[in-house]
Design a protein around this ligand. Structure first.
Ligand code: SAM
Length: 335
């Protein structure tokens, strides 16, 4: 284990880095990005593969052991397989996973596996093609399902499928989704909707809570807590005695900030110490500073990471009356 350098004032050691590689997406999920979204990051703000690799190398030297590639949609970035390959070619490679809507996985699952990708988290909120189109503003349900099949066939196990339940929209699908997941070898996890939508319309009272999801599932299945959690956000349950399991991620109603070991890098080179952080630490300027030698650049990036970590607050604060939603939507932060 590398000596940990990313420690905060509460003693939390950070070993997981979420790296957003783009803010672009081929879907427009209603709770993430408006259908007519146009406020894209300027192309020259996006980090190149070489720049990403410099940051990732420094992060790994600072104790980061797992990298989750995300976006926007990470698979719309043309060099995504190269990014995975280069991370795996590091002297001490971190584990590399990826969060995706699966639309491009039919063509990319095997190349990603060959490049060293460990597994994927796939986002899917419905098993109904019409509903998928209404939720995402794109008629791509069949592509998402084909992508999940491809991930299973390529051995990107366990294939975790993440579902956000929304009241009156898809909360009638909890049981059918779990049944389908068990039948098809997906590992399903339900996630509470968080205040990260671009139009700031999230309403705590409307949110389908983890407790409700648990009750909905218990009408049909027997759930037994596995008791395994650690820094992982999902509370896991055996379904009907196992071996199938289901996860419920109570980001809002039962925050897991005290065990958080995650840092984030946005596609335009900003370090965030929390999904809900109000402040970011710029590493892009350091990456592009022509006055710095490579050694100075790396030392400064390590210092910026350590400082951003040190400034991390005890919790995300969603439940505080003074909570203010981040300026950027989830698609631009990197989910
Ligand atoms: C922003 S997406 C990025 C990666 C990729 N495009 C995908 O679909 O997985 C990552 C995850 O964030 C989730 N997400 C986006 N906005 C959210 C919100 N307001 N609350 C909870 N989850 C959200 C999505 O459902 C998805 O599972």
């Amino acid at each position: 284990m590398t000596e940990a350098r990313f420690i905060d004032t509460f003693g939390r050691v950070h070993r997981d880095l979420r790296v957003s590689v783009t803010d672009r997406c081929n879907l427009r999920c209603t709770y993430c990005m408006p259908p007519d979204f146009a406020d894209w990051m300027p192309g020259d703000h996006l980090l190149s593969v070489d720049e990403l690799m410099t940051v990732i190398e420094v992060a790994v030297e600072g104790g980061i052991e797992s990298i989750r590639l995300t976006g926007g949609e990470p698979l719309v970035r043309p060099d995504i397989v190269d990014i995975v390959r280069r991370i795996n070619a590091l002297p001490t490679p971190p584990r590399v996973t990826l969060t995706t809507n699966a639309l491009k996985l039919a063509e990319l699952a095997q190349p990603l596996k060959d490049a060293g990708l460990e597994r994927v988290n796939i986002s899917l909120d419905t098993l109904d093609a019409d509903r998928f189109r209404r939720l995402t503003y794109r008629d791509r349900y069949a592509d998402a399902l084909a992508g999940i099949e491809a991930a299973l066939a390529a051995g990107l196990h366990p294939v975790k499928v993440n579902t956000v339940l929304m009241r009156g929209i898809n909360d009638d699908e909890a049981v059918p989704m779990l049944r389908h997941a068990i039948e098809h070898g997906w590992h399903l996890r339900f996630i509470e909707q968080m205040p990260l939508d671009a139009h700031a319309s999230w309403d705590r009272a409307e949110m389908v809570t983890a407790a409700e999801i648990h009750d909905l599932l218990e009408q049909e299945f027997t759930l037994t807590p596995t008791g395994q959690r650690g820094s992982a956000p999902a509370e896991e349950f055996l379904v009907d005695g196992g071996p199938a399991t289901v996860g419920i991620i109570a980001s809002v109603s039962k925050p897991f900030c005290a065990a958080c070991d995650r840092l984030r890098l946005t596609a335009d080179g900003q370090v965030r110490n929390c999904l809900f952080a109000r402040e970011e630490t710029d590493v892009r300027a350091t990456l592009r500073d022509p006055e710095l030698s490579d050694e100075q650049r790396r030392a400064e990036i390590a210092r910026l990471f350590a400082q951003a970590t040190w400034e991390k607050l005890p919790g995300h604060g969603i439940n505080d009356p003074s909570f203010i939603q981040p300026d950027r939507p989830m698609s631009a932060i990197g989910g």
